[in-house]
Design a protein. Structure first.
Length: 261
């Protein structure tokens, strides 16, 4: 990778996102400029759409053209208590959303018309006969009972005993930990992060294809193996580096391979 021409990668992520920072550092270490940004300043966005729905989108960083984007979200924009600042944060969110959705360059985790991240409904795979129905339910209600609590948009794990916000998501599941395996999709690569081997990766090919059709190139999911069938337990668009610490260089190299063809 070091012999390739210089490019500029934009990593959209909150300042607290250590995984984004580590990926950007990896890219820079391989001679590829990369910057983490969560708001406008160094980043410029221009979106033009005509009546024929033809679009022209330009992304710049310090005035230079962006050549690839890793989308990790822009932080807790929905938590801003000040009305004016909340409005500005929502406009920033919308601008990034529209630009990333329409920009023709390579985007890992491209927004869709339904959301800043693609809508992921495991029941679509169930209907296609690719996996068994999940034995869990996700409630967008921080007051719901349950011990698996996640905070969006960062999708970070919340201490079950800590105070909850209205943006917390609670997952109630009946998974069997002994049969549950986690898989990471990163750019051009697919990794069984618990060391289960290629057999698991090959078995989850329909799930991986489903994610990639939605533009998700950096995501992780858990499956439960049961009598030769797979049950999709959960899906996350925010894999953290702790999940793949033993594979970190390989994961970042696979992301670069997607962003720098």
């Amino acid at each position: 990778m070091g012999n390739q021409p210089a490019v500029t990668l934009l990593v959209i992520a909150p300042e607290s996102d250590e995984t984004a920072a580590r990926f950007a550092g990896f890219a820079v270490g391989h001679g590829i400029p990369a910057v983490v940004a969560a708001e406008f300043g160094r980043v410029g966005v221009s979106v033009r759409v005509n009546r024929a729905r033809e679009s022209r989108v330009r992304l710049t960083l310090d005035g230079a053209e962006v050549t690839g984007v890793l989308n990790r979200g822009i932080g807790g924009w929905g938590d801003e208590p000040d009305r004016d600042r909340a409005f500005a944060a929502a406009e920033t969110y919308a601008a990034f959303w529209s630009a990333l959705a329409l920009w023709p360059g390579p985007v890992v985790n491209r927004p869709s018309e339904r959301g800043y991240f693609a809508r992921l409904d495991p029941l679509e795979l169930v209907a296609a006969g690719e996996v068994e129905p999940p034995r869990s339910v996700v409630l967008n209600d921080g007051s719901a009972p349950g011990r698996d609590v996640l905070r969006i948009p960062e999708w970070t794990v919340v201490d079950p005993g800590a105070p909850r916000s209205r943006f917390d998501v609670v997952q109630i599941t009946d998974r069997d930990p002994a049969r549950t395996r986690r898989v990471l999709v990163a750019g051009t690569g697919v990794f069984a992060v618990d060391g289960s081997g290629r057999a698991l990766v090959e078995g989850v090919a329909p799930v991986v294809a489903w994610l990639r059709r939605r533009g998700l190139g950096f995501a992780d999911f858990a499956v439960e193996a049961e009598a030769g069938a797979l049950r999709l337990v959960d899906v996350s668009c925010w894999p953290g580096h702790h999940l793949f610490a033993h594979l970190e260089d390989q994961v970042y190299a696979a992301l670069l391979a997607r962003l720098v063809p």
